[in-house]
Design a protein around this ligand. Sequence first.
Ligand SMILES: *Cc1c(COP(=O)(O)O)cnc(C)c1O
Length: 397
Amino acid sequence: MSIEEKHAHGKATNLVHGGTKRSQWGEVSEAIFLTQGFVYDTAEAAEARFLKAGEDEFIYARYGNPTVAMFEERMALLEGAEDGFACASGMAAVSGALTSMLRAGDHVVSAKALFGSCLYVLEEVLTRYGVEVTFVDGEDLSQWQAALRPDTKAVFFESMSNPTLQLVDIAGVADLAHKVGATVIVDNVFSTPIYSKAIAQGADLVVYSTTKHVDGQGRCLGGVILGTREHIRGVVEPYMKHTGGSMSPFNAWVMLKGLETLKLRVRAQTEGAVALAEALVDHPKVSRMIYPGHASHPQNGLAQQQLGAGGTLIAFEVEGGKEAAFRMLNALQVVIISNNLGDAKSIATHPATTTHQRLKPEQRAALGIGDGMIRLSVGIEDPEDLVRDVLQALDAV
Ligand SMILES: *Cc1c(COP(=O)(O)O)cnc(C)c1O
């Protein structure tokens, strides 16, 4: 089947069949090729492969592996990208996407509302190697416009921020960035590959932590960088394969099995999020409810246009600060307290004391993260059970 024919299939079809390579045994379930090396029939064959590895020819698992290649192709088909490189974690993907293309003297513009480790890479690592980084309010297009310069090589942002669920207008930023020739790198975790149309909207590279919705069952770390074949094979692959952030074949297999049910899970999670948003928006003990799929969200229109849905996370501020939030968390019976997201199990997080603990109180306030804020990654449980659980926990406040 040609790439064009594969791209003609819908997401659900590609999630089940995309990228499958069968061995001589004709197995139904994708095989785990848990091997770091490959055998050559002759010395000449080894020489030829090192000179130029063809399609489905592998040398060493840091460079590529059949199970990992299946995962890369399935992710590329899902995102509508030409190609992808699978990474050991979401952070290997974020740092690899940036460092593979940047050099000393380059300028980067980034949204300031970032996952803590992403902020570390942009603020501490890139600058140490002589890359200048300007931070802007991601949802304000005029700030992007003002920060972009002729020497801006890349822009970076999370398309939906953690934990306050603010959207960045991908098409709007891409239009501005492309005028100065900058590469648009989107960390798209909160949008999920199911709702993403980021490539069509102008993203050049789309990065996922596949630890989140793609595994979706709390097992493995993983990440992927998606983009044009030229950029993935010409810029990303040489950097990743020599610096060591490649995905393990075992994790690629877990991710492949996760992908089969991704659409079903994300749909069910979204249904739960919609029900919870409705139950919390006017709740007397909730001072603020944030869900991009709800009419009360200031960017509801952009969410509908960019994603066609509100996603699988909601955030809300419990009246009464940290004490009230902790009381509510400790009263939950179905929803678990943890810090992952995108999982089949609903997970509640208190950002101020966990994921965003290291920020100064002023920084948290500037990002709109109050002491009563709870982030809820909605799982695939029955929505009625989730609503009942969260409401009874609020009664404890
Ligand atoms: C989790 C996350 C990452 C990092 O992913 P890991 O797989 O934990 O390395 C990067 N960006 C965002 C938005 C995330 O949520």
